[in-house]
Every structure is written in C-alpha cells, then in structure tokens.
Ligand binder design. Structure first.
Ligand SMILES: Nc1ncnc2c1ncn2[C@@H]1O[C@H](COP(=O)(O)OP(=O)(O)O)[C@@H](O)[C@H]1O
Ligand SMILES: Nc1ccn([C@@H]2O[C@H](COP(=O)(O)O)[C@@H](O)[C@H]2O)c(=O)n1
Length: 304
C-alpha cells in the first residue's frame, strides 16, 4: 500500500500532500456462522451511542463481509437455488474488491458497497450502502482473517467463539425466518458445506485473533472492555489528534502492572499507538478477573 503503513494508520494520519486525512482504526471480527459477530458489533455500536446516530455522523461503523460475495454465474445461481453452492468457501468471495474497499476505507475515503440479498443469493446494487469516513471501522465475517493481505490490514482482530451446537440452533430459525430457507435446505447446506468449511477455513483463523470472545454477545464483560478501549481511542483522537493512546495507560493501571507500564513506554519511546494497542490486547488476554474469565488466552500468539 503506497504511502500507508500500520504506524501512520494507527496514529490516525495519512499524509496526502498538504491535507491530513484521518485513517480509521480497523477491527476485524471473525467467527463461525451465527456465532454472534453482527450482534457483537451491534452491541458495541449501541454502547457507544452510535446505533441511533445518523449514519453520516457516526464515529464507529460496522461492515459485513456479505457485501463482498462475488456475483454468481448463471449455472452457479441455479446451484445456489437448490442449496448446492458453497457460500462458505473462500472462492465465494470477491477478494480483490474487498481489498480495494478496505484500502479506500483506510485512506479515509467514503465508499459504496452493495447490500446482500440472501433470498436471491445475490448482491443488491439497487440498495448500495454508503460507508462514510469514521474513526473506527468494524469489519465482520466468517473469513475476514483468511487471506493474509486482508488479515494484515486489521489493527485489532477479534474472534467470536460460540460452540457449534449453539450456532446451528441459532442458524436454523434465522435462515428460515430471515433468509427465506426451509428446514431441509438449511440442514443439508449445513452438513454439506457450512460445517466442513468452518473446520477447514474459518476455525484455523482463530489463531490469528488478538482477542477471543467466548459466548459472543453474552460475554458482556469482554464487550464492555472492548467498548472502553474504543472509547479511549476516540477520546484520545478528539483530545490529542494523532498523539496516541495515553488514556490506555490510565485505564489499564491495574495494580502497577509491568505490562500496563510498558504501554506507556511504547508511547514515550515513540513506538506509537500500534504497539500500545498490541500490548493492550495482550494484556487483556492475560487479565483474568476473579471468578470471571472473559478472555481466552490465545496460545498461538507471538510475543510482542
Ligand atoms: N447471545 C445471543 N443469544 C441469543 N441469540 C443470539 C445471541 N447472539 C446472536 N443471536 C441470534 O443468533 C442469530 C445469529 O446471530 P448473528 O449476530 O447474526 O451471528 P453472525 O453475524 O455471526 O452470523 C441471530 O438471529 C441473532 O439474533
Ligand atoms: N447466499 C448465501 C450467502 C451466504 N450464506 C451463508 O451465510 C453464512 C455467513 O453469514 P453469517 O451471518 O452466518 O456469518 C455462511 O455460512 C453461508 O453459508 C447463505 O446461506 N446463502
């Protein structure tokens, strides 16, 4: 990406000639089907008072990967109508479009993306979604961590980890009531495509997550913490422009923790917001509240 790197993105600035354009903090939210990804994003937006706000004014916006399904050929459309198309395979997505759109978003540009119609299995270009520049962008979907180019764009990666029985129990009524499917079709699609693809393509991306959220939206402690972190980020941006995440040090001042101190050290040493945030998420993973383990430690994470 010309002229962009994680450092200046996380600092919120991209130099474009004389003008400074605010670049958003990009959060990826992955997880299996019906794990609660959109519900988690909705809760985050609600708690930040963003949901009821006019969408042109929002500081935090949420985008679904569904808008990046690729258009099907006529024969694929026929297959899809019979429940014989694999919408859980990476090949079902338009990765180039996804990458370009995220690049534009990171450059602080307004983008337009199609909405998705599950009843017709097609993109709806009549109902384009306009995504206005925001400070924080949540991007959720089953395979958002699958392709390295996309994965590497995220400043923070969350994985919503809900057990597969619960997910199936939620998917069945949702697909029947909201996506125009019948029970047989939902179960056949689940057994033929959804479950195997989850195991092959989605579940292995959990290892890339900075924070794993067990039980999805039921995990109010995890959501509160993420919301607080976003609040800190937004306050910093408002108060200090690009000057980093000092309030993280204040809010994470848990019994003189060395880790919390090292967040401050990152800022002081000029290593920047990105490192501070990485340390924050590591700290979250290590933070176990009495009788309330809200984050699972991701053992696959490299040390920062
Ligand atoms: N914690 C929860 N408790 C009960 N139902 C939930 C919960 N989270 C999500 N759901 C329901 O499960 C279905 C799938 O949730 P959703 O957030 O759309 O998942 P995803 O975006 O991961 O596919 C929806 O009908 C939603 O209302
Ligand atoms: N035409 C389509 C497109 C996608 N799906 C299924 O949607 C799931 C992803 O959305 P979630 O909200 O559940 O994350 C995915 O598992 C696809 O099987 C579909 O059924 N029809």
């Amino acid at each position: 990406m010309e002229g962009i790197n994680k450092e200046n993105l996380a600092n919120g600035l991209e130099a474009t000639g004389k003008d400074e354009v605010k670049s958003p903090f990009l959060i990826g939210v992955a997880g299996g089907t019906a794990s609660g990804k959109s519900t988690v994003c909705k809760k985050i937006m609600e708690q930040l008072g963003q949901a009821e706000m006019d969408h042109t004014q929002r500081q935090v916006v949420s985008i679904s990967q569904d808008s990046f399904y690729r258009e099907l050929t006529p024969s694929e459309k026929l297959k899809a109508q019979k429940g014989l198309f694999n919408f859980d395979h990476p090949d079902a997505f338009a990765w180039d479009f996804m990458e370009k759109t995220l690049e534009q978003i990171l450059k602080g540009q307004k983008v337009e993306i199609p909405s998705y119609d599950y009843r017709t299995n097609s993109l709806d270009f009549e109902n384009m979604l306009v995504i206005y520049p925001a400070d924080v962008v949540l991007f959720e979907g089953i395979l958002v961590f699958y392709f390295p180019k996309i994965r590497d764009m995220f400043h923070m990666k969350l994985f919503v980890d809900t057990d597969s029985d619960t997910r199936l129990a939620r998917r069945v009524p949702r697909d029947i009531n909201e996506r125009g499917r019948d029970l047989d079709a939902v179960l056949t699609q689940y057994m033929t495509f959804v479950k195997p693809a989850f195991e092959e393509f989605c579940s292995p991306t959990k290892k890339f997550a900075d924070v794993i959220i067990p039980r999805g939206a039921d995990n109010t402690v995890a959501i509160d913490l993420i919301v607080q972190h976003i609040r800190d980020f937004l306050n910093n941006r408002t108060c200090h422009g690009s000057t980093g995440n000092m309030s993280l040090c204040v809010n994470l001042d848990i019994s003189g923790s060395v880790e919390a101190g090292s967040i401050g050290a990152d800022m002081a040493s000029g290593n920047g917001t990105y490192n501070a945030i990485r340390r924050f998420s590591t700290l979250c993973k290590e933070l176990t509240m009495k009788n309330n383990v809200f984050f699972e430690t991701n053992k696959n994470l490299p040390h920062h």
